[in-house]
Design a protein around this ligand. Structure first.
Ligand SMILES: [Zn+2]
Length: 167
C-alpha cells in the first residue's frame, strides 16, 4: 500500500512547546516546557532538581542562545540542540552519516509519517516556507535511507520510555 504524506504546513516551532533535552547537571532526560505564548520556557529536572527558566523576550541579557557560543554549539550538534537553552536534544542519534533529531514524541511521529510515505504530495506551493517538510535535509528524503531512518526513529521513541535503551 502506498502511504501518502500531505502535511506541508506544520512548522518546527509547533513542536517547541515541550522539548526533551539533556539535563546539564545529571545528563538525564528533562522536558523543557513552554510556560506561555512561546516566550518563556522552564526546565525542572525530576532527578537532580536542576531548574532553569529562560525567556525569549529578554534580549538585553546575555542569554546562551543569543551568543556566538550558542551557534557554535548548534552547529556542533548538527542542529540538535533546543531553540531556547541551547542544550543538546535528548532525542538525537547518528543516522546515515548525519544526525537524526526530534524535539518530542509528536515530532517523531511527524518525521515517521514523512519518511514512511512513498507518495509526498505538496499542494499549494506558496505560503509553505515555514513547513518542516520542505526544509528536511535531502538525506531524509531518499528512499534508500528509509529503513535506516525508521529504525532510528524507533530507537529514539524507545529512549523516551527507557533512557538506558541500547541501540
Ligand atoms: Zn538533572
Amino acid at each position: 500500500m502506498d502511504l501518502r504524506f500531505r502535511d506541508y504546513t506544520t512548522a518546527l516551532s509547533e513542536f517547541e512547546q515541550a522539548v526533551w533535552v539533556q539535563c546539564p547537571r545529571c545528563n538525564g532526560p528533562v522536558l523543557s516546557r513552554c510556560l506561555d505564548e512561546r516566550l518563556t520556557w522552564r526546565i525542572a529536572c525530576p532527578d537532580c532538581s536542576y531548574i532553569k527558566t529562560a525567556s525569549r523576550s529578554a534580549k538585553q541579557k546575555p542569554m546562551p542562545w543569543w551568543t556566538d557560543g550558542w551557534w557554535a554549539e548548534y552547529r556542533k550538534h548538527g542542529d540538535a540542540v533546543d531553540p531556547v537553552f541551547g542544550l543538546p536534544l535528548w532525542l538525537q542519534v547518528p543516522c546515515c552519516g548525519h544526525v537524526l533529531w526530534a524535539y518530542n514524541e509528536l515530532h517523531l511521529e511527524f518525521l515517521e509519517a514523512y519518511v514512511q510515505a512513498s507518495i509526498r504530495e505538496r499542494q499549494g506551493r506558496k505560503g509553505n516556507h515555514h513547513g518542516i517538510a520542505v526544509r528536511l535535509p535531502r538525506w531524509m528524503k531518499l528512499a534508500r535511507n528509509r529503513s535506516s531512518i525508521l529504525k532510528e526513529i524507533g530507537y529514539l521513541r524507545a529512549r523516551l520510555t527507557d533512557p538506558c535503551q541500547e541501540r
